[in-house]
Design a protein. Structure first.
Length: 189
C-alpha cells in the first residue's frame, strides 16, 4: 500500500498533483477538504474559504485534531486500495495521524510555488466561490490559514518537494520523475 499526501499553500497545485496521479495511474483521490465541504452542505453553510476554515476549526475542537484524517483512513481501509492520493493535508496532526497509521507507506509531498502571485493567478483561474477576489484578500487568507493550520510547519514533514513554479507540463514531468518512476513504478502502468 502507498498513500501519497500533498501539502502546500492555496493554489500551489496539491489537487493537480493527486488528480494527475489519478489520470495517469488510476489511483483514487481523497480530500480532507471534501469532508469539510460535505459538512458545509449538510449544515446549509455557503462553502466560502472562511466558512470552511471555521467548520474545520469547530470539528477539530469538538472531535480532536485527527478527526478528518480518521475519516479518510476509514475510507482507505474499507476500500483496501493499493495506492491512494490525499489532498487537503494541512496540520502536523494530519501528517502524524497518517504516518502513525500507515508508517513508511505514507509519503508526504510538499508542492512548492515560490511566488505567491503565481498561486493567486491560479486561484483566480479556477474561479471557485471559496477563492479570493483580490491579491490582498488572497494574502489575508494565506495568513489566516497559516495562523489556524501552521501549514509552513507541516511542510517540514514532507518526504519530498516538487516545484510547481512554471508550466503544467513541467510539473507533470517532475511528478513522473520523482513519484511515478521512483515510488509508484509498480503501481502505475
Amino acid at each position: 500500500m502507498k498513500i501519497i499526501g500533498a501539502v502546500g499553500f492555496n493554489g500551489s497545485g496539491k489537487d493537480e498533483l493527486v488528480n494527475y496521479l489519478h489520470r495517469r495511474c488510476g489511483i483514487p483521490v481523497l480530500s480532507a477538504g471534501d469532508v469539510v465541504r460535505d459538512i458545509a452542505q449538510k449544515e446549509g453553510i455557503p462553502p466560502t474559504r472562511d466558512n470552511l476554515r471555521d467548520i474545520a476549526k469547530r470539528y477539530i475542537v469538538r472531535f480532536g485534531d485527527d478527526y478528518f484524517m480518521k475519516r479518510l483512513i476509514k475510507i482507505i481501509e474499507e476500500n483496501q486500495w493499493k495506492v491512494v492520493g490525499i489532498t487537503g493535508i494541512r496540520t502536523i496532526s494530519d501528517v502524524l495521524s497518517l504516518k502513525n497509521h500507515f508508517g513508511q507507506d505514507f509519503i508526504l509531498v510538499n508542492v512548492e510555488v515560490c511566488d505567491p502571485r503565481i498561486r493567486y493567478e491560479r486561484t483566480k483561474r479556477r474561479g471557485e466561490a471559496r477563492d479570493p477576489k483580490t491579491y490582498e484578500e488572497f494574502l489575508q487568507q494565506d495568513n489566516a490559514e497559516e495562523k489556524v493550520f501552521k501549514i509552513s510547519q507541516t511542510m517540514k514533514y514532507a518526504d519530498m518537494k516538487i516545484s510547481n513554479d512554471d508550466t503544467l507540463e513541467a510539473f507533470y514531468g517532475r511528478i513522473d520523475e520523482s513519484l511515478i518512476r521512483q515510488i509508484l513504478s509498480h503501481e502505475c502502468v
